[in-house]
Design a protein around this ligand. Structure first.
Ligand code: HAM
Length: 425
């Protein structure tokens, strides 16, 4: 029989990766709680129309990257390529936005049919943060400051960069789009193929084209900043002043436009020169019109998502992971079935006291169990052999320091175990 393999671009995260994954998630989760964010869990499948309407029909994500299929009821469904659309749908559906603010977070798999490479997968995990009901630049600044706390706590101090831009309001962008298209039309034949196509569908995305010739043409193109109104500019200034006040460095990137259509005003990306072509590990921005666009009452909103696999790559690259392996405190060694039976009760009692325990389930020889105990990194070996069984006692051997084996009465072990472990520290 041939073996069935995982789908291309969909990775198994084996234990060592999954441990890193959980470390990142737990570190960030604590910071989110400290900032007053509440968890939410959302479906992985949504109606295709939700993504078409929010992300935009002419984006790469909707045009060519979604896993879309008809269900048994002939309804078009898609695996979520990102989390914002579903979160807005849920917030509207459950009346969470009327006269209230919401600070929400969730993490889970997203799906995009992209060409897999390092840092780019077809199933990947995002941690998503969304805020509803707040329109001022203070929340924009709070979110960015919070991401900086994430990186600090994860030990990412160098090789990371914050890029910022304001892409204005829809009308401001429309005026700019006209000017940009009028300018680029003159050079149409010199633009790269993607940009030529985007000229009629999504011209702003031409700004972040990687093609050298296109970038050269863009140097003399009209600038989006010149089309922003007073309020938009004041909002952006409010954000920058706050970031300056807490010494967060940023680079204004006038070509940062993001690949999803729902954004307005603030957009930002955290990038690293250690990640190769997929340099962005966290990105987001404001999307004040999306709630209304999906059928809710107007409600300002802002959010971001970070790619957990990209963070794992980055922490690996910068050797920022602490020692994550779990070592037991105590390793139980038994000889014979009767001792093994007795050890089962003792293990359970120790675990109820939150003592980290391990055992080899009595299967191996005494010598072998000792080897395993040593390899496990446990501090103490507790031994129940024939003599111990007969005399109702337990032998204790310190595994990390030179000392004599001691024997204590079995009914004293629970009371003494913490003191014994303390001696190890
Ligand atoms: P995005 O820029 O499309 O934004 O994705 C956010 C992050 O997800 C990226 O910066 C990257 O770290 C990770 N990511 C994206 N695609 C892949 C992939 N194929 N493989 C691995 N990682 C990937 C959004 O999705 C927005 N919903 C963010 C947002 C939330 N904006 C407002 N609220």
């Amino acid at each position: 029989m041939n073996k069935i393999q995982a789908i291309r671009g969909m990775n198994d995260l084996l234990s060592s990766e999954a441990t890193k994954f959980n470390y990142i998630l737990n570190t960030i989760k604590k910071i989110l709680e400290d900032h007053g964010f509440n968890p939410i869990h959302l479906p992985v499948l949504e109606k295709t129309e939700l993504f078409a309407r929010s992300i935009g029909n002419h984006t790469d994500v909707v045009e060519k990257e979604m896993y879309t299929f008809l269900d048994r009821n002939e309804e078009s469904l898609s695996l979520r390529p990102e989390g914002t659309a579903g979160c807005v749908r849920a917030a509207i559906e459950h009346g969470m936005l009327y006269n209230q603010t919401q600070k929400l977070w969730f993490a889970g798999p997203m799906f995009r049919y992209e060409r897999p490479q390092k840092g780019r997968y077809r199933q990947f995990y995002q941690l998503d943060v969304e805020v509803f009901g707040l329109s001022g630049p203070d929340i924009d600044a709070e979110l960015i400051a919070m991401t900086k706390i994430f990186w600090d706590k994860l030990g990412l101090h160098n090789h990371i960069k914050l890029e910022l831009n304001s892409i204005g309001e829809a009308e401001e962008r429309a005026a700019y789009r006209n000017a940009l298209v009028a300018y680029l039309e003159k050079y149409k034949n010199d633009l790269d193929e993607d940009s030529q196509r985007r000229l009629s569908t999504n011209p702003l995305r031409i700004l972040d084209s990687k093609a050298e010739q296109t970038q050269k043409i863009l140097q003399s193109a009209p600038k989006l900043n010149d089309y922003l109104g007073t309020e938009t500019k004041a909002h952006f200034q409010g954000l920058k002043t706050r970031l300056d006040s807490i010494d967060i460095n940023y680079t204004i990137n006038p070509h940062l436009v993001r690949g999803l259509d729902y954004y307005n005003r603030t957009v930002f990306e955290w990038t690293s020169d250690q990640l190769g072509a997929q340099a962005t590990f966290c990105a987001g921005g404001r999307y004040d019109s999306l709630v209304q666009h999906l059928g809710g009452d107007a409600c300002p909103a802002i959010g971001f998502a970070l790619g957990i696999e990209r963070l794992i790559l980055l922490l690996d690259e910068l050797k920022a992971f602490p020692e994550l392996e779990h070592h037991p405190d105590v390793y139980l060694i038994t000889v014979g079935e009767a001792a093994n039976l007795k050890s089962f009760k003792l293990l359970n009692e120790l675990r109820q006291q939150n003592i980290k325990t391990s055992t080899s389930y009595g299967e191996a020889s005494f010598k072998n169990q000792f080897k395993k105990a040593d390899k496990s990194g446990a501090k103490l070996a507790l031994i129940i052999g024939e003599d111990e069984l007969k005399n109702n006692c337990i032998s204790i051997k310190h595994l990390r320091k030179e000392s004599e084996q001691v024997t204590i009465s079995q009914d004293k072990i629970l009371a003494q175990i913490n003191t014994l472990l303390e001696e190890e520290r």
